[in-house]
Design a protein around this ligand. Sequence first.
Ligand code: FAD
Length: 455
Amino acid sequence: MTLIDTPAPTPAPPAPTAEALDALAAELRELLGERNVSTEERVRERASLDGAWMSPIISEQLPLGLADVVAFPTSAELIAATVGAAVRHGVPITPRGKGTGNYGQGIPLAGGLVLDLTRARAVVEVGDGFITAEAGAQMVVLEQAAWKTDQALWMYPSTAQSTIGGFLSGGSGGTGTIEHGSNDRGYVLALDVVHADPTGVLVHVEGDGAQPYVHNYGTAGIIARATVRLEPLRDWRGVYASFPDLPSAMRVVRQVGHMQPPPRLVSADNPEISSTLPPDDAIPAGRASLRAIVSADMLHAVADAVDVAGGRIEAVREGPQTSMRISMLSYNHPIEWYQKATDRTTFHVEVSGEALIDRLAEVEAVYPHGLLHIEAGHSVPIGMLAGAYESAEQVYDGIARLNELGVGVHNPHQWNVDFEVERTVRLARTTDPTGLLNPGKLNPDYAGPRKGAIK
Ligand SMILES: Cc1cc2nc3c(=O)[nH]c(=O)nc-3n(C[C@H](O)[C@H](O)[C@H](O)COP(=O)(O)OP(=O)(O)OC[C@H]3O[C@@H](n4cnc5c(N)ncnc54)[C@H](O)[C@@H]3O)c2cc1C
């Protein structure tokens, strides 16, 4: 594979004039109040960067855009009114949750308005099997609200402090994915979305009508309020185990991942990555670490599997904090800890498939200093493969070699919408006819595969 997958920003809408920006800022101050609108440089800069620093390929291209105005609407209705005002002034709008998305999807490539949604965060209702919240509500807050009713979220990402709007628009899965797959598979029951419409109204969509707004970075509509699925709370336990090496831990990842009832999470790291995780007696130095969230009635079966694979149980913990803590050491997090600890410039690619386990040595050998973090997935194992960074070409050549090994790869070094692109383009033609919603992200010509996305 060559550099063809490195994105060129799609043509942006005409840059807003200084008059349009001034008029918008003035109107928003009236609408939202002085403290919920900012044109200060420090605030604009902070609102213009997300977790893209994890990618050396994107980092080399920074800064990619700077907000002119940042608005902080405090309710779903005010989100709609703010979008309406920006559309009337012809100003591009980039929605933003906690800004943890790690492909640059939240960077305002065309400047204009960054719509920071973290102050619209009301939990509206917790019902039997569902929770409704405004876009800026944090996933951890939703999980806590669910636990109070003896329920739990179907899933949440390892960035548990991120927002429901951001997770549905930019994320894929996390704790709960083993059972429920990725977040585009029935997790969303209903949404109130805002189109690029000068009247600034909320549009209610449900069931199949809501799915086309998931995982496309707000390019077809901005999520103002969401209803997602809950399930009955189980007696979850956090299990920490350690092994002499990663292959032994991986056998247990595979085995426990297939147990019934399904675990909520099973993650493992080799000793080198494990040693960079936050200090914990249950993650001993020099050993591969496995962390899992399983039902209490599975503990014996898990202990047997650990024993047979030559490992040992380090701790079994309970309570909501345990689940959260283990979740926050899953998916991209171990790579992030490792990246911060190592002197090497490190990148990662998102990988999946049985080959991760069956051909570990070959998979890790694809990149210099290749190290795999692994998760039990919904149908196949998924992981993050880190390597020492040399060039974009090296990363893409490696992706081709991984594909040859039978490994699915999702490229986290580009910001184009790469999920249901055609469907989103079709929808956006009516919901955003002038291309004001998160400009530069929806490129109909982008042909990059989303092979290996969380399934
Ligand atoms: C260390 C690390 C670990 C991660 N782990 C996971 C993981 O386990 N699972 C996972 O899926 N992801 C993971 N991610 C990616 C990201 O953190 C999550 O997807 C997160 O849920 C995004 O939420 P956010 O509030 O930070 O969104 P942001 O980063 O602010 O936004 C994400 C995208 O959605 C758009 N957007 C934001 N809010 C809205 C809205 N209301 N309506 C429409 N569009 C909107 C933004 O413009 C952007 O394109 C990880 C990232 C890092 C850096």
